[in-house]
Design a protein around this ligand. Structure first.
Ligand SMILES: [Zn+2]
Length: 266
């Protein structure tokens, strides 16, 4: 009959791994920090999510839309968050291939000049700390599978984005493309479509609404609060114009990581 004895602790032996401490070490090593790269096709209403236009009496405009683009968030290997928009160009009557080539160049110039590489997104993971990414824009020209169709006309009186179609004149300039492409990624006009002085509010990345932006029918280009979204040829772009990137990125990271990630624009 074997006598029962109290087993010796494994850690009593020299060089034996202590199971308790080993577990602690593994947990530290397994902390999931920036473990993967992510991307997502975005297809969403912008009104009620990125911004909200209001009538003169303070009630909400019932504007509806759906914006489409692709978000790249390579938080493991990259240093940039990229907004990619795929465009298909359809030339209308009396528009040449050279006009189309020119339109593409002007659109790319407009996006590069006014939107690309202007702001930084800061992602804050409660378990891993903060990591910063430059916000970049990438235009891709396609024959199918586009996010938006651009119809290039000989002349088009009221250029703009309607549904997922952008109508422009072949003579349209870089600035106009920069403004219209901003509608494609979900920014609102900061002017009123009525004769009233109205307002628009942007959603901040924390989900609350920012202070009202005045949106009169016409805002002078050199007004103190004029921006690229309010006044023709104004060059001002603000953090609020990139909050949508933070909104989408933090939602994507939160879903992937299973814990609340906060993003903001710096
Ligand atoms: Zn506009």
């Amino acid at each position: 009959m074997g006598a029962r004895t109290t087993p010796e602790s494994p850690s009593k032996e020299k060089d034996a791994a202590d199971p308790v401490n080993k577990t602690k070490t593994d947990c530290k090593d397994e902390k999931k920090c920036w473990v993967d790269d992510y991307d997502k096709e975005i297809s969403t209403p912008s009104y009620g999510r990125y911004s909200q236009p209001y009538k003169k009496d303070g009630t909400k405009h019932a504007y509806t839309d759906k914006v489409q683009y692709k978000l790249y968030a390579p938080v493991k290997t990259g240093t940039e968050i990229t907004i990619e928009i795929k465009f298909k160009v359809e030339k209308q009557a009396d528009v040449t291939d050279a006009d189309v080539t020119s339109a593409k160049t002007k659109l790319e110039n407009g996006v590069n000049t006014y939107w690309d590489n202007k702001f930084t997104l800061e992602a804050d993971d409660p378990e891993c700390g903060k990591k910063s990414f430059k916000i970049r824009y990438k235009i891709v020209w396609v024959d199918s599978g586009q996010h938006y169709t651009i119809k290039v006309h000989k002349t088009y009186a009221r250029e703009g984005v309607s549904g997922n179609v952008m109508n422009v004149s072949k003579t349209t300039d870089d600035w106009t493309y920069a403004h219209e492409v901003a509608h494609c990624f979900g920014l609102p006009d900061e002017y009123s479509y009525t004769t009233d002085d109205e307002t628009v509010k942007y959603y901040k990345p924390d989900g609350t609404l920012d202070a009202a932006v005045s949106a009169p029918t016409f805002k002078a280009k050199d007004a103190a609060d004029a921006t690229i979204m309010s006044s023709v040829n104004n060059l001002t772009v603000l953090k609020r114009h990139q909050w949508y990137v933070a909104i989408e990125t933090q939602e994507l990271l939160t879903a992937k990581l299973g814990r609340k990630i906060k993003c903001d624009i710096k």
